[in-house]
Design a binder for this molecule. Sequence first.
Ligand SMILES: [Fe+2]
Ligand SMILES: [Fe+2]
Length: 446
Amino acid sequence: MKNNFHITFFGVKREVVPPELMALASSTSFLSYQDDQFMEQLDPAPDVIVCFATKEEEIANAEIAQTLRMNAPQGIIFFVTYEKSDFNKKILIKNGFSQVYLLPWELKDLIESMKNECVYSFLPELRNYTPVKIVDIIPGTVLDFSVKAFLPLNNLLIPFSFAGSPISPEKMAKLEEHSFNTLFIANEDVEKFRAYTVEIFKGLLKPGSMSETDRHEKLKKCVRDLISDIFIDDLKENTFSKSQNLLKEVKEVIHLLIGDKNLDYLKKIKSMVNQEGSFYQHLSNVSAYAGIFALMLGYDKPEDMALAGILHDLGKVNLPEEFANLEESTLSPHAFKAFQSHPVFTLDVIRLKRIPLPDKVITAILQHHEAMNGSGYPEGLEGHRISIEGRILAIANSFDKLTTLKSGEKRQTPREALETLYADNQGDPQKMILDVQLIKKIIDSI
Ligand SMILES: [Fe+2]
Ligand SMILES: [Fe+2]
C-alpha cells in the first residue's frame, strides 16, 4: 500500500509555504520557474502540484497552467496567489488548473482540498464514491443502492447498508451520536440516490424541494462564485449582470431551504454543523441559520435574513491580509479598530458592485456586530435601537462560531450552542451582547 503523499511546489521557496500546507505532505519537492523540469514530465508524479503565481511580468499565469497541464494531464494542479489582480478564476481553470485559491482568504479551502487529495491518494477507491448528507437518508426506508461510511482515522470505507435492505434506525442513531453527517454512495448510484430523495420529498414535503446534499453543493458553489466575482477588481467587466445572476441563484437556493414550512429545523441545522470553518462555509452557514431562526421567530421575510447572512462579512476582503485567519479576540487594539469597519466595508462592496438589496438587508448587515449593552460596533447602538434584523443576524453569526469544528476544541451540538448563548446573555443587562429573548424563543421552538 502507498504510504507517501508527495507535493511539488512551483515558484515558491520552502520558507514561505504556509506551515499548515507543509504539514500535510509526507515528502515535498520545490521547483522554480527557471528550472528545466518546469517544462518536463515530473518523475515520480507528485500527488498534488501547488503552483504559486509568478512574479515575472513576461510569463502569464494562464500559460503556466497550460504547460503544467501538458506535463501532468491527469494530475491535480492547484494555483495559489496572494494578488487579487491575478485571481481570474474562470480563465485559470479553463487553461488547466484544477482549482485556484486566493490566499490568505482561501487558505482553509485549499487545506480542505489538499486533505481530500491526501485521503484519495491513500484510498483511491474513495474517488469512485460521492458524499451524501445523512439527513437525506431516512431510517426505515429501503434503498436500491448500497451505502458506505468512511472512518477518517483509519482511512477505511466500510459498508453501512446494502441495496434492498432497510436502513437501520439504530445504526443511524449511532452515526448521529458520533457527529457524522456524511455517508458515501458509489458514483454510478448518484442517479438512483436523486430518484430516492425526490420520492422522499414528495412524501414529506412539497414537490420540487431539494435534498440537503444538493442544497449544500449548490449553495457552496454560489457563495464561492459570488465572492470570486467580488474579488475581481476589474470594473470594466460587466459585474452588474453577473452579480445579479449569482444573487438570483442564491435566492433560489434560499427559497428552497426556507420556503418549506414543514421542515424539521433541528434536522436542517444538524446537517450543517460539524464542518470546518472556511470563510465560505461561514457565510453559507450564517445564511441558513439566519433564515431558519427568522422562520422560528415568525419574522415575515426569512429570505431577506438569509440574503443578509450570505453577504454579511464580504467586506472582510478589503481588510489587510493579516486579518484573514485571525480570531477577533486575538487582534491588537489598533487592528481591532480596523476590523470594526468590516460591516461598513461590506456595504461599500455591495454599492460598488451595484447589488440591489432591500433596506432591511442593508440594516442587518450593518448591525450584525452591535451589542445589546451598547458595546458593539460600528455605531454602539443599545437594546432595541438595534433592528430585529441586526439582532437575528448577530445570533446566527455567534451560533456558527460555536458549532464549527476547531482543532483541539470541543464543538457544541446545536442545542448546546443555543443554551450556551442563552446562559452567556442572561441576567446582568450590562453584560448582554445578544438578545436573550430571541434566543429563548428559538430554543422553545425546537
Ligand atoms: Fe462580521
Ligand atoms: Fe460573521
